[in-house]
Design a protein around this ligand. Structure first.
Ligand SMILES: NC(=O)C1=CN([C@@H]2O[C@H](COP(=O)(O)OP(=O)(O)OC[C@H]3O[C@@H](n4cnc5c(N)ncnc54)[C@H](O)[C@@H]3O)[C@@H](O)[C@H]2O)C=CC1
Ligand SMILES: O=C(O)[C@@H]1CCC=N1
Length: 281
């Protein structure tokens, strides 16, 4: 990684920049970043990470062998069109833009560019993202390894087929929100059973961290770990019966399936939109 150009300077870009700088994968002076119009954001990123923030596309992209696309899906067309003249076939593009297919990006670029699509999650901000990557056919082993190195600075990396990225989005891309939703429910329950919020917060957090570490370190399955907590006729059994009566497992399965379907719908819609701008061969 000689020079990295980030297009988009929001939370996802910051999480990756933070990982790269903290783990000294690249000197911060070789990280260039741009955004649409927020100057305060530029000042913040310069001050915190020592990166170069610029709105000159020439300065951003000249000699950059790695370009990270980190804009919202609605802004990807404008972004690709604005940088088109700077794109060359030696560049590696890494896109975290949800739902945008590599073929769409390639079509708009009108070049055989190497593109790795990534689906990280917001835990990248604390170095704990579960990221899945899919590379297009122009990406070589060295480029894929570069993308792996980049995302390993913010967590774990799995390689998948691009067609699986909708499922990844439904499971781990959106996943942190499901866990936060569960924690919200536990906080509400703590209130109703008479625990003060500070004590409850501490108990819930440690329970979550402890269970996650057990899942990571123990060879036992989640079902076996659950059974070990559940004494016959005891409290856990009573609690789990209430969850079953409310079909909570089924609800989580429906949640992940619906999120996956929404990812497919959004991807198809944006592909259709972008297809209008793909240069015919
Ligand atoms: N939030 C999440 O959980 C996840 C988000 N993503 C994807 O990451 C991408 C970025 O998300 P966030 O960082 O949350 O967004 P954000 O809204 O915080 O940042 C977007 C950035 O793009 C910039 N931008 C927009 N148009 C531009 C243009 N034409 N040229 C240059 N910069 C431009 C904006 O100024 C802003 O800095 C999105 O596509 C999202 O789908 C991927 C995985 C998980
Ligand atoms: O909700 C969304 O659409 C994005 C994609 C994954 C997480 N957030």
């Amino acid at each position: 990684m000689k020079k990295i150009a980030f297009i988009g300077a929001g939370s996802m870009a910051e999480a990756i920049i933070s990982g790269l700088v903290t783990q000294q994968v690249i000197d911060s002076e070789n990280i260039f970043v741009t955004n649409k119009s927020n100057d305060e954001r530029f000042d913040y990123l310069k001050k915190h990470y020592g990166v170069t923030a610029t709105r000159s596309l020439q300065q951003l992209l000249q000699d950059a062998n790695l370009v990270v696309l980190a804009v919202k899906p609605k802004d990807i067309l404008e972004t690709m069109q604005s940088i088109k003249e700077y794109i060359h076939e030696e560049m590696l593009f890494i896109s975290v833009v949800a739902g945008v297919h590599t073929t769409s990006l390639e079509g708009i670029a009108d070049k055989q560019v190497s593109i790795v699509r990534a689906m990280p999650n917001t835990s990248a901000a604390v170095g704990r993202s579960a990221t899945a990557l899919a590379a297009n056919s122009h990406t070589d082993e060295v480029q894929l390894q570069t993308a792996i190195t980049l995302f390993e600075t913010v967590g774990s990396v799995s390689i998948v087929e691009e067609t699986q990225l909708d499922a990844v989005t439904g499971l781990s891309g959106s996943g942190p929100a499901y866990i936060y939703y569960l924690v919200e429910a536990l906080e509400k329950s703590a209130e109703s059973i008479g625990l003060d919020s500070e004590t409850a917060k501490q108990l819930i957090l440690q329970t979550l961290i402890g269970a996650a570490e057990m899942l990571q370190k123990s060879p036992k399955t989640p079902a076996v770990l659950r059974k070990e907590v559940t004494s016959p006729g005891g409290t856990t059994e009573a609690g789990l019966k209430a969850l079953q009566a409310h079909q909570v497992q089924e609800a989580f399965i429906a949640c992940v399936e619906e999120a996956t379907e929404q990812s497919k719908r959004m991807g198809n819609q944006i592909s259709k939109e972008l297809a209008k701008y793909v240069v015919p061969q």
